[in-house]
Design a binder for this molecule. Structure first.
Ligand code: BG6
Length: 485
C-alpha cells in the first residue's frame, strides 16, 4: 500500500456505541498492521469529563469488551503505540467553547508534527447534532482547507426519507464540497462485496450470462439469528427496511447488477451503482412486514410498537438488461440463520438433458456469500461417481478460507478509514445515490402497517413465503455446505 498522509482524526462521540463497536477496534487493528501514519493524532470528543489517562483506560476497556472486538487478542505493545496518538477533549457538540479548544489543540498537534493540517472529522454522533457541529467548525475556520485537506465522515441514517435526505445533503454542501464528504455505508467496505466487481469485470466468462435471457430471478437475503439487543431506542424508530434495506441491501443489488464502469474510478463506479438504483421499481403491493414474537418486550421498545424487524419484497430493474427479471429481497432479526448473500438463479434450458431425472431440474445458482463462510460459489449438477448416471448438486467455489480469529480480511471500517485518508470515494455514497435509495424506499414505507408476527428462529412470517410462492418460486435455504471454515 502507498504511504499515507499524516493527519489528525477527530471523532465526535467517542464514548458512543459506534465508536466502541467499530471505530476503536478498527483503529487498534490498523495500529497492529502498522497502517496508521507516524504523524497521526486521534482526538476523541464526548461530553464526559475524563483526563487523558482516564481516556486511555477507557480505550483499553473498550478493546477488551467481549462483544465489541473481533476475537483476536489485544497486544499491549500495539495498544501502547495506539495510545501515543490518542487525545481527549471533553465538551458538548453544541457548545462553541469546544471548538475554540479544538482549534487550539489542533494547532498545537499540527505544529508539533510540523506537518500539513490534514483533518478528518468523524461524526459518530446523533444526526441532530450535525448542524451545530458544522456551524461551529465553520465559525472557527476548522472546515477550511488552508493548510492541508479536510474531510468529513458520516454514517447512516442520512435522513429518514427522501426530503430529509435531500435537506441533509444540502446542509452538508453548505459547509463542505462533495469531494470532502465521505458518507459511509459499511457494506461498501466489505471485502466480499468489493470482490463482486473483480469477479464480474476481471473475468469475461460470466458477464454474458448476467442478463434477462439467462437469469430467472435474483434473491438477496440478510438474516440474523439475534434480536435488537440494547439498540431498542434506535431500532424502534427505524425498523428493518430503513435499517438495512435502504442502504446495505440496495448496495448489494447494485454491485450484482451494475454494468461495467468505463474505468475503475470513483465517478465511474458510483455512476453505475446509481443507474441501477434509479431503475429499481418500488412495488408497494409486493412487500411484507414482520415483527418477531416478543419484540415489544425488548428494552426501549414501545409496548404497542408496530416496527418491522423483518421484511420481504419483490422488485425489478427497469433496464434492458434485466427487464422482467424479478428481484426478491428479505432481511430480518431473530431468523433461522445468520447469513448474508446474493443468489443469481439461472433459467433452465428447455432442452436440458437429464430434465426430470434425480435433481436434474435444479437451476444453476451463482452465490455471492457475503458472510459467514465468505465466498463466490456456483451451484452446478455433477455425476455421482459410479457405474450409473446419477446426479447431485455440488459447488464450484472460491472461498476466503480465512480463520475468523485472524484478521487478514480488513474490517470494513479499517478499509473505509484508509480510503478516506487516501481521498478515495469509490466505496462511499454520494448525495445522488442516497437520494435514489430513498426514492425507492419511500413508497414502500408509506404502506407499512401492522406487521405479521413471526416465531423467532423461523424464516419470517408465512406471508413472506406466499409472496414468492405466488410466482411459482421459493426462497432458497442458504447452504452452509460450501466454504466451510
Ligand atoms: C447495521 C444495522 O447497519 O448493519 C444492524 O444497523 C445490522 O442492525 C448490521 O445488524 C449488519 O451489519 P453486518 O456487518 O454485521 O452484516
Amino acid at each position: 500500500m502507498d504511504k499515507i498522509d499524516p493527519l489528525a482524526l477527530i471523532i465526535f462521540g467517542i464514548t458512543g456505541n459506534l465508536a466502541q463497536i467499530k471505530l476503536i477496534p478498527a483503529l487498534y487493528d490498523m495500529a497492529e498492521k502498522k497502517l496508521l501514519p507516524e504523524n497521526m493524532s486521534i482526538t476523541g470528543i464526548a461530553r464526559k469529563k475524563m483526563t487523558e489517562a482516564e481516556f486511555k483506560n477507557y480505550i483499553h476497556y473498550v478493546l477488551h469488551l467481549a462483544n465489541t472486538h473481533h476475537q483476536h487478542e489485544i497486544k499491549e505493545d500495539v495498544f501502547k503505540t495506539l495510545c501515543k496518538k490518542l487525545h481527549y477533549l471533553p465538551g458538548k457538540a453544541e457548545d462553541s467553547k469546544l471548538y475554540q479548544d479544538l482549534n487550539n489543540h489542533l494547532s498545537e498537534t499540527t505544529q508539533k508534527s510540523r506537518k500539513a493540517g490534514n483533518r478528518i472529522y468523524y461524526l459518530a454522533t446523533y444526526p441532530e447534532l450535525y448542524r451545530s457541529i458544522f456551524e461551529n467548525l465553520q465559525k472557527n475556520n476548522l472546515n477550511k482547507q488552508n493548510n492541508g485537506w479536510v474531510r468529513l465522515m458520516i454514517e447512516k441514517p442520512i435522513g429518514h426519507d427522501f426530503p430529509s435526505a435531500r435537506k441533509l445533503n444540502s446542509l452538508l454542501l453548505k459547509y463542505f464540497t462533495e469531494d470532502q464528504i465521505f458518507r459511509l455505508d459499511h457494506y461498501l467496505g466489505k471485502e466480499t462485496l468489493q470482490n463482486i466487481l473483480t469477479f464480474r469485470f476481471a473475468n469475461d466468462i460470466f458477464e454474458p450470462l448476467i442478463n434477462k435471457d439467462c437469469i430467472d430471478h435474483i434473491q438477496i437475503t440478510a438474516s440474523e439469528d439475534f434480536g435488537i439487543g440494547k439498540r431498542g431506542g434506535y431500532y424502534d424508530k427505524v425498523g428493518a427496511l430503513k435499517d438495512v434495506g435502504q442502504n446495505h441491501q440496495l448496495q448489494m443489488l447494485a454491485f450484482a447488477a451494475m454494468n461495467s464502469p468505463t474505468k475503475f474510478s470513483n465517478e465511474a463506479v458510483t455512476e453505475e451503482r446509481i443507474k441501477i438504483l434509479k431503475k429499481l421499481v418500488p412495488l408497494p403491493e409486493k412487500i411484507v412486514y414482520g415483527q418477531y414474537k416478543g419484540y415489544t418486550k425488548e428494552e426501549d421498545v414501545a409496548s404497542n410498537s408496530q416496527t418491522d424487524t423483518f421484511y420481504a419484497l419483490k422488485t425489478h430493474i427497469n433496464n434492458d438488461r434485466f427487464k422482467d427479471v424479478p428481484v426478491y429481497i428479505r432481511a430480518g432479526k431473530k431468523l433461522k440463520k445468520t447469513v448474508t448473500e446474493i443468489s443469481i438463479v439461472f433459467k433452465n434450458h428447455v432442452n436440458r438433458l437429464f430434465k426430470g431425472k434425480d435433481c436434474g431440474d435444479e437451476p444453476n445458482v451463482l452465490i455471492y456469500r457475503i458472510q459467514p463462510n465468505e465466498g463466490i460459489v456456483l451451484k452446478i449438477l455433477t455425476k455421482i461417481p459410479g457405474y450409473d448416471t446419477k446426479l447431485q448438486p455440488e459447488y464450484m467455489q472460491y472461498c476466503y478460507r480465512h480463520n475468523p480469529h485472524t484478521h487478514n480480511v480488513p474490517d470494513p471500517y479499517e478499509r473505509l478509514l484508509i480510503d478516506t485518508i487516501r481521498g478515495d470515494q469509490t466505496f462511499f455514497n454520494d448525495a445522488k445515490e442516497i437520494e435514489a435509495q430513498w426514492a425507492f424506499i419511500d413508497p414502500l414505507i408509506a404502506v407499512r402497517g401492522k406487521p405479521a408476527i413471526y416465531e423467532p428462529g423461523s424464516w419470517g412470517p408465512k406471508e413472506a413465503r406466499e409472496l414468492i410462492e405466488k410466482d411459482g418460486r421459493g426462497w432458497l435455504e442458504p447452504s452452509m455446505a460450501f466454504c466451510r471454515i
